[in-house]
Design a protein around this ligand. Structure first.
Ligand code: ADP
Ligand code: ZN
Ligand code: ZN
Length: 731
């Protein structure tokens, strides 16, 4: 037999299938050692076949199988195929997604622990008689041990002396053996809440279980009890002897979700995310593969969990940008989840209070089944959202970052011994400019996106078409010279709050304060235990958290993401504000939300304040249609990067030329196509260039395939090329 092997080297030159002569016991999906050039490396057997097109006498032979089981299932192998084709990935990059690095690089090993078992030959009375009365340690040991019991060897050694234990082993009274000890990821201890589903929850559970496949979108307001719906469905799926995957966007949320799930499902839950230690990840992965854990909870990469017989896949907060992998290998979790759901003939569930426009659009067009949870599970009203015009604050002489209204409500909140969350969206490396008198924000003439200020050359740039504009010194709308730019970060907010509320505990939560493994849990725990308290944070605080005493939520600068240079910035802002607002008043106490903005007349605020997602969707989807942006068109970026600027420039030019030729063939489809330096023109010493295009959907597959072909035919010379479809980050 001939084995088709992918070699474990991440280099485009060896990104192909190699033929080897198989051993008798070579299995599809196994990791094998193979002779490659002058050395042995590892590879993955992706198929076996009778014949090779190559001269068989010249083929080398597969070496030993590395694991005692095939590490890749048939399902994962076909998923790999699918991903390579649709995302233009190197095969090995896909394989590496499926196998934990710790296993692949042999960095983590099972943790073996030595135990002692007391054998039936151990007769306490006889032994005590045979030992001197003054040998205290030995006598204690014999008193302590009981036939049939097992003890940790290290403990016994410590308490009774290693010599004494060894002597007992040698005399045949004790037996030493090793056990595989599992390293368990941390989760918050929780009690299982027994709840009766609301009629809405019950209807969703029943509907999905009845249909038993297809893609389902659960549109449920914050606090509507989506988690409870997931748990009920998973519980049914387990009863049928199947398994389940639940993905959550933020690693920061997993300890809480995990706590809830552990309380209900016990040890059948496994956790997979990049915050685990090597050993934990390795053990959790093994537990899943061996079928000891039937439920996998994790961030994006958990979609590759080595489960078989999957009964449901759930993407919670499906609109979240983290579901898109923006580094190599690039993929969209929705696509992977859908592939696996179809392969296993099971439902895929997408849940959100603010579904992505794309998903809601598909639901409206009956490609997805739409389910709604229109009210909070505890029937409490949604918190009142008040939009505050920050331009008025300036006119009234308040140049600070907090409006009079917010300060007032904060004071009340802490006086009543409650908690507040202040959200500040500090995203991106540079920011837009804004007139502080009238709220004017410069936009690109051609693209209807806000311009981004680049401090390095003091210019405004459009991240969509690369058009440049002079930085503002005076407002073209009102003439004011009171122009502001730059971001206001969490740190400055905390400083300011400490001045205003010297006696109140103020906590901060952002990537800088939560970089170590336990820091995040500590902040959350401290917040949970402190009253009054104000928590300041980035989007990390927006999602999932369920703190009953939060009565006030403030969004400090809602515009910051609104005018980000991305066709999705309005959508993102709507999602973020709705998510943060959802943290207020979740239990008994009524909540309130203050949204501060310099552009209160933007249509988004009308919809946000009324929790009118559908109204917002209708408005926004119409805009996308009129301007030909996704989901009505495709945005495609080819990103080139290299340490050698001349080479990357030359290749960009060459590819651009071929794409221009392609454009003439599809002249009616192309809406836009330009080559340019990337907005962030250098990262880690690599120069970045890009070709950005937008085309209609009708011939999209042909166009995308031709672009893949073009790239495959060009010799890349120390340059990397990545294709991104509808990228969410254009930096
Ligand atoms: P979502 O994810 O939709 O924002 P959660 O799943 O976090 O909402 O649920 C919000 C709160 O409501 C949680 O504290 C949860 O325990 C509670 N809850 C969910 N379902 C019910 C129910 N049927 N009856 C009472 N409380 C419920
Ligand atoms: Zn102005
Ligand atoms: Zn532009």
């Amino acid at each position: 037999m001939i084995a088709e092997v992918i070699v474990d080297i991440a280099n485009s030159n060896v990104d192909k299938v190699f033929d080897y002569i198989a051993q008798e016991d070579t299995q599809v999906g196994s990791r094998v050692s193979i002779p490659f050039g002058t050395r042995y490396i590892q590879g993955f057997v992706i198929a076996l076949k009778e014949n090779s097109l190559l001269d068989v006498s010249k083929l080398k032979k597969v070496g030993a199988q590395i694991d005692d089981y095939p590490i890749l299932t048939k399902e994962l192998l076909s998923l790999g195929d699918f991903m390579c084709k649709t995302n233009h990935l190197r095969r090995i990059d896909c394989m590496r997604l499926f196998v934990p690095t710790q296993l692949r690089t042999n960095k983590a090993k099972p943790l073996l622990v030595n135990y002692i078992e007391v054998l039936p030959t151990f007769n306490k009375d006889e032994l005590l008689l045979s030992i001197r009365t003054n040998a205290k340690k030995q006598r204690d040991m014999i008193e302590y041990l009981e036939v049939g019991n097992q003890y940790l060897k290290a403990e016994l050694n410590k308490n009774f002396g290693a010599n004494n234990i060894t002597r007992m082993i040698n005399s045949g009274y004790l037996r030493e053996f090793t056990k595989h000890k599992l390293r368990k990821p941390y989760s918050i201890e929780k009690k299982d809440k027994k709840v009766v589903l609301t009629k809405y929850q019950q209807a969703v559970v029943d509907d999905i279980l009845n249909q038993n496949n297809g893609v389902h979108l659960i549109y449920g307001v914050t606090g509507s009890g989506k988690t409870e719906v997931y748990m009920h469905i998973i519980s049914k799926v387990l009863q049928q002897g199947k398994t389940a995957i639940l993905l959550v966007p933020e690693i920061s949320l997993t300890p809480q979700v995990m706590g809830n799930f552990k309380a209900r499902f016990g040890d059948s839950v496994a956790l997979l995310h990049s915050g685990l230690s090597d050993g934990e990840r390795f053990d959790e992965w093994q537990r899943i593969r061996e079928g000891q854990a039937q439920i996998v909870i994790g961030a994006r990469s958990a979609v590759f969990a080595p489960l078989s017989n999957i009964g449901v896949i759930i993407l919670d907060e499906e609109h979240d940008p983290s579901y898109k992998s923006e580094n190599n290998p690039r993929y969209l979790t929705h696509d992977v989840a859908r592939f696996r759901a179809e392969y296993n003939n099971c439902p895929l569930i997408l849940g959100s209070a603010t579904p992505s426009l794309e998903s809601f659009y598909k639901a409206r067009n009956k490609q997805y089944v739409l389910h709604e949870l229109p009210e909070r599970a505890n029937k409490k009203a949604m918190p009142n959202i008040q939009v505050v015009n920050m331009c008025n604050e300036v006119l009234n002489g308040n140049l600070g970052m907090f409006s009079a209204q917010l300060l007032n409500d904060l004071t009340l909140c802490v006086q009543q011994n409650n908690q507040a969350m202040l959200f500040i969206n500090r995203r991106g490396h540079s920011s837009y400019m804004i007139c502080r008198e009238c709220g004017y924000i410069p936009k690109c003439e051609d693209c209807d996106v806000s311009l981004v200020y680049h401090s390095e050359d003091n210019q405004l740039k459009c991240h969509y078409c690369n058009k440049r504009y002079k930085a503002l010194t005076n407002c073209p709308q009102c003439g004011s010279s009171y122009i502001r730019y730059g971001t206001m970060g969490t740190q400055r907010v905390v400083q300011e709050l400490r001045k205003q509320f010297p006696d109140v505990k103020i906590l901060r939560m952002d990537v800088d304060t939560t970089s170590t493994k336990n820091a995040l849990t500590n902040v959350l725990q401290e917040f949970a235990n402190t009253k009054p308290c104000i928590l300041v944070g980035t989007q990390m605080i927006a999602k999932g958290h369920d703190f009953p005493d939060v009565t006030l939520v403030g969004v400090l600068n809602a515009d910051m993401s609104l005018h980000y240079s991305d066709y999705r910035s309005t959508e993102r802002t709507f999602q973020l504000i709705t998510q943060v607002a959802g943290r207020a008043g979740r239990a008994e106490k009524q909540g309130k939300v203050i949204v501060q903005t310099y552009t209160p007349n933007h249509y988004i605020y009308r919809f946000v304040a009324n929790y009118n997602y559908v109204g917002f969707y209708d408005k926004e989807i119409n805009l996308r249609q009129v301007t030909s942006f996704p989901p009505f068109a495709k945005v495609l970026r080819i990103l080139f990067s290299s340490e050698n600027e001349n080479k990357v420039k030359a290749i960009t030019k060459q590819v651009y030329k071929s794409i221009k030729e392609l454009q003439t063939k599809y002249i009616a489809d192309f809406l836009y196509c330009e080559a340019m330096k990337s907005p962030v023109s250098k990262i880690e010493r690599k120069f970045r260039y890009q070709i950005l295009m937008r085309f209609k959907l009708e011939h999209q597959q042909e166009i995308i395939d031709s672009i893949y072909n073009t790239l495959n035919c060009i010799k890349m010379q120390d340059t990397q090329a990545f294709i991104e479809i509808n990228p969410s980050n254009l930096s």
